[in-house]
Design a protein around this ligand. Structure first.
Ligand code: TYD
Length: 208
């Protein structure tokens, strides 16, 4: 069996309703041997953070909200990401630092430079090897969220918020060589097929 020379960290970013979760499941089914994880929920601390940020009664200050995501990220890096990289796994991670830049930075207006610095600090030198940005327009994303049923507190945010998040993703991914933009308006199967094709090309170079 072919082996990876090193661990690979792949992140998936996009609006709520972009279909990331289904796509990740299909990518995992295709490649096997991969570890699926997510932020904020990928560690026990992350699950506690997820409950707090999704609870409207938390009435969070936006900086506090960011710092909770950052704390979950620090724990996730230590508990899940670093050991999986050391074990030479393919890690498929649903959201990471770029979600904070898009949602807390562009969406909420938290200072972008602080977010960049703290993200770097909590990620302790680890960066995604590859990021798939599932690009979907706001109306499509909304329709999918509504079809799913009950909405989380983020999903209940107003139209303007998601427009800013979308603008944020476009801006931060504009000149990023490790980011592959995938058209998210197609069916999740078609999106997954695109991601699988791109990932297979990338992995060609890192199999031994
Ligand atoms: P969750 O239900 O855990 O996952 P998802 O919606 O991605 O399947 O919700 C996570 C929410 O938190 C999602 O709306 C995006 C938001 N979020 C941030 O605002 N900042 C962050 O740094 C991360 C990781 C997520």
């Amino acid at each position: 069996m072919k082996k990876l020379q090193r661990g690979i960290l792949i992140t998936f970013e996009g609006l709520d309703g972009s279909g990331k979760t289904t796509v990740i499941q299909q990518v995992q089914a295709h490649f096997g041997q991969s570890l699926v994880t997510q932020e904020p929920g990928g560690s026990s601390l992350g699950q506690a953070v997820r409950a707090i940020v999704h609870n409207p009664e938390s009435n969070l200050d936006y900086t506090a909200e960011y710092l909770l995501f950052a704390a979950a990220r620090a724990q996730h890096i230590k508990e899940v990401i670093r050991p999986a990289l050391a074990a030479k796994k393919i890690i498929l991670c649903d959201r990471m630092g770029d979600s904070s830049l898009a949602y807390q930075g562009y969406g909420r207006g938290v200072d972008l430079e602080h977010i960049k610095k703290i993200n770097e600090w909590v990620m302790a030198g680890i960066q995604p090897d590859l990021t798939f940005y599932i690009d979907i327009d706001h109306a499509d994303a909304r329709a999918r969220i509504h079809a799913r049923g009950e909405l989380t507190s983020f999903e209940q945010e107003k139209y303007d918020f998601f427009e800013r998040v979308l603008q944020g993703y476009t801006t931060i991914f504009q000149h990023a060589a490790h980011v592959k933009k995938i058209d998210g308006s197609q069916s999740p199967e078609a999106v997954a097929a695109n991601v699988i094709r791109e990932l297979a090309l990338y992995l060609e170079e890192v199999w031994s």
